[in-house]
Design a protein around this ligand. Structure first.
Ligand code: ADP
Length: 403
């Protein structure tokens, strides 16, 4: 089955065309700066065994035009990946917020779209962009089944004691203020890969997704997410590229009342100027690692803080799970940053967590699941490359096959 996976943001759209029968990526690309000057589509595919990249620099006033270009690229006379748009069985859309309504992947009906729209107050930046992507795809691939895969769905198994905040009940009952969690597709994918790799059907794991946005999830022996570090929105938990992660809300009141900072400015500071950027001057761990190697004390403190926050959550989630079989590192920093894994596992021998430094270095950028604990370490430490697009394609194909 050929499935087109779409991840639509407000000014960008990532896509992958996947053949699910043999798990191959037929083409992938990115439309960027939609609605902004300097827009373009980068398109990659393989021809006669060679990887080819085409860049189309063209005005993309909206997502419809972006889809038009992508369709042309996929069906190009010389370099066609598919004969016509009809070859695509289904389009899988990554939808950020499914609220409490969706705990599973859904075929997109008018009712599902309405619900995604009704959830906009919970995800004001993402859900509108995701919906624009759905509507553009409906136009260009009218024969394909449109399917929604929600970032929040995997965390709908959280028990109430984990998803509620200790604020008056009406805020939950009437306003649905609670922990939702995100990155569900990635946590679920790497957990299942680790389960297969370790041949442990009852795996208790802590998945550690460290990208620009980061989160950790405690997954029990039944494969259920029972706690996760992102909450109502994307600001809490771990230190991220530009987001602060956990912070005492009193800081916000202080900024507002004593420092007279407007709310918009505070939001900007916590979302866009904090995290690694705020501590070390760059949101990219590669830059921070380079400074660390030059002996920059801010970079050293950043890795120490970044790792310490992860260690605190490891402790919390080992308690939540009553012990753990495996830690699973994934995404940009989890897969590629030796320093991050070193600091995230530092001084945890008392909990049975012992990173083998040589394996940590040798297996950086692993492209299949790999173990990096010492022989005496009780807890497995794994690097598992994430593949959210494949997880989406797989769920879409399973749903379409059932229908
Ligand atoms: P996103 O959350 O946008 O999907 P990714 O999972 O791709 O992001 O992670 C991107 C981040 O991963 C980069 O900003 C960078 O900090 C980090 N990263 C990527 N490659 C490396 C590397 N080789 N060494 C250290 N960090 C890396």
């Amino acid at each position: 089955m050929q499935i087109l996976v779409i991840n639509a943001g407000s000014s960008s759209m990532k896509y992958q065309l996947i053949e699910t029968d043999d798990k191959t990526v037929l083409a992938k690309g990115l439309a960027e700066r939609i609605g902004i000057a300097g827009s373009r589509v980068k398109h990659q595919f393989t021809k006669n065994g060679a990887s080819i990249e085409k860049v189309v620099e063209q005005d993309l006033p909206n997502h419809n035009v972006a889809f038009e270009i992508i369709t042309q690229l996929l069906t190009d006379k010389e370099d066609a990946v598919i004969a016509s748009p009809e070859a695509i069985t289904a389009v899988g859309h990554r939808i950020v917020h499914g609220g409490e309504k969706f705990s599973e992947t859904q075929v997109i009906t008018p009712e599902v779209k309405e619900t995604i729209r009704a959830l906009i107050p919970l995800a004001p930046l993402h859900n509108p962009a995701n919906l624009i992507g759905v509507e553009a795809a409906e136009k260009f691939f009218p024969n394909a089944v449109q399917v929604a895969v929600f970032d929040t769905a995997f965390h709908q198994t959280l028990p109430e004691h984990a998803f509620r905040y200790a604020i008056p009940e009406k805020f939950y009952a009437e306003e649905k203020i609670r922990v939702y969690g995100f990155h569900g597709t990635s946590h679920k994918y790497v957990y299942n890969e680790a389960k297969k790799y370790l041949k442990n059907e009852k795996l208790k794991a802590i998945t550690i997704h460290l990208g620009n946005g980061s989160s950790m999830t405690a997954i029990d022996e039944n494969g259920h997410s029972i706690d996760t570090s992102l909450g109502f929105g994307p600001l809490c938990g771990l230190i991220m590229g530009t987001r602060s992660g956990d912070i005492d809300p009193s800081v916000i009141f202080h900024m507002l009342e004593q420092l007279n900072m407007p709310l918009e400015k505070i939001k900007n500071v916590l979302n866009k100027e904090s995290g690694m950027l705020g501590l070390a001057g760059s949101s990219d761990a590669r830059d921070v690692a380079a400074r660390y190697n030059e002996g920059d004390p801010n970079a050293a403190l950043t890795f120490e803080m970044y790792g310490y926050r992860i260690r605190k959550y490891i402790g919390a989630y080992m308690a939540a799970l009553n012990g753990v079989d495996a830690l699973i590192f994934t995404a940009g920093l989890g897969e590629n940053s030796i320093l991050t894994r070193r600091y995230a596992c530092k001084n945890l021998e008392g909990l049975g967590i012992e990173l083998d430094e040589e394996l940590n270095v040798d297996n950086n950028h692993a492209d299949t699941p790999v173990e990096i604990q010492t022989p005496s370490g009780k807890v497995k430490i794994l690097i598992v490359p994430t593949n959210e697009e494949w997880q989406i394609a797989k769920e879409v194909a399973e749903l379409v096959a059932k229908a």
